[in-house]
Design a protein around this ligand. Structure first.
Ligand code: PBG
Length: 326
């Protein structure tokens, strides 16, 4: 007999596909995905975003077909972004009853009532300057912006949004929106806060899709510095104290350490936002034949789960659904 050596045989649990699935620690399921949608004003519009192949800006008349496709794929939640024709200093299009997101939300709730509508609550797609709040002295005024963001959240809830997702990074946005929703009778509408949102170059393609590039300066006075980790925990803790029901960490892939830190710190569901730049990079490499897109994407999604994401917002949700159903 060979003398017993003192090492562990880890390969025993990797010996076959059945064995590997038996011991797999993380799983992807479509219930955990949220698919972002860009709704434009006008009719008969279905524009592919040039930096995001496979992602389209659609007009209201395409919403029904889109919902049917998503339903058939098993996608149960959408994140709504609006691309209005008119912009102004205040971002009025974000909070009027006839705003593009409000119209689209009503349409979705009429066509497919069980689809969960998550409304992104921000002003940047609606302001002429492209910032996420109101500008005073070349800077975004926190407390003035809060009033408009609260109005936006209430008008989204009035239109039928199931979840309010403030992404503007003003201080106090969760408590101010919570109070406004409660006063308007929407005590049961949860807040999915973009609690930890870094100032990131990975948002580039989104700004093409949503036409929301700042016209001057950048977002560094309100979005977080990528160098910081403890600051993320301060943001997460204050949002939980203010009443957030879910916390988003964004971007996802370069910040998986932060996803794990937040998951270990709070007891709300944690959401990873797999952002536009992360999508565009994979699509570009895949188009060149440099990577195996399916394997790469499924690996990345699993990595987000392993890091502690309960939910994933991703432009890949449709692709993942197809791959999982194969
Ligand atoms: C709005 C908002 C942004 C994203 C989601 N909500 C852009 C930004 O903050 O510049 C980015 C999403 C993505 O890149 O996929 N504030």
């Amino acid at each position: 007999m060979v003398k017993a050596l003192n090492f562990k045989r880890h390969r025993r649990l990797r010996s076959s596909s059945a064995m590997r699935s038996l011991v797999s620690e993380n799983h992807l399921r479509m219930d955990d995905f949220i698919y972002p949608l860009f709704i434009v004003e006008g009719e008969n519009i279905k524009n592919e975003v040039s930096s995001m192949p496979g992602v389209f800006q659609i007009s209201l008349d395409f919403v029904k077909d889109e919902m049917e496709e998503l339903r058939s794929l098993g996608i149960k939640a959408v994140m709504m972004f609006g691309v209005p024709n008119e912009k102004d200093e205040q971002g009025t299009g974000a909070f009027i009853e006839t705003g593009i997101v409000q119209e689209a939300t009503r349409r979705i709730k009429k066509e497919v009532p069980e689809m969960l509508v998550v409304a992104d609550t921000c002003l940047c797609e609606y302001t002429s300057h492209g910032h996420c709040g109101v500008i005073h002295n070349q800077d975004v005024d926190n407390d003035e912006s809060l009033k408009l963001l609260a109005k936006t959240a209430v008008s989204q809830a009035e239109a039928g949004a199931d979840i309010i997702a403030p992404s503007n990074m003003m201080d106090g946005f969760v408590i101010v929106i919570r109070q406004a929703l409660d006063e308007a009778g929407y005590t049961n509408i949860p807040i999915m806060s973009y609690a930890v949102k870094y100032s990131s170059a990975f948002y580039g393609p989104f700004r093409d899709a949503a036409d929301s590039t700042p016209q001057f300066g950048d977002r560094k006075s309100y979005q977080m510095d990528p160098a910081n980790r403890l600051e993320a925990l301060r943001e997460a803790e204050s949002d939980v104290e203010e009443g957030a029901d879910f916390l988003i960490v964004k971007p996802a892939l370069s910040y998986l350490d932060i996803v794990r830190d937040v998951k270990n710190t709070v007891n709300t569901p944690v959401v990873a936002y797999n952002v536009s730049g992360e999508y565009a990079m994979v699509k570009a490499a895949a188009k060149n034949g440099w990577v195996d897109e399916r394997e790469l994407v499924l690996e990345k999604m699993t990595a987000m789960k392993r890091a502690g994401a309960d939910l994933i917002i991703s432009y890949f949700a449709k692709d993942v659904a197809k791959w999982l159903n194969e």
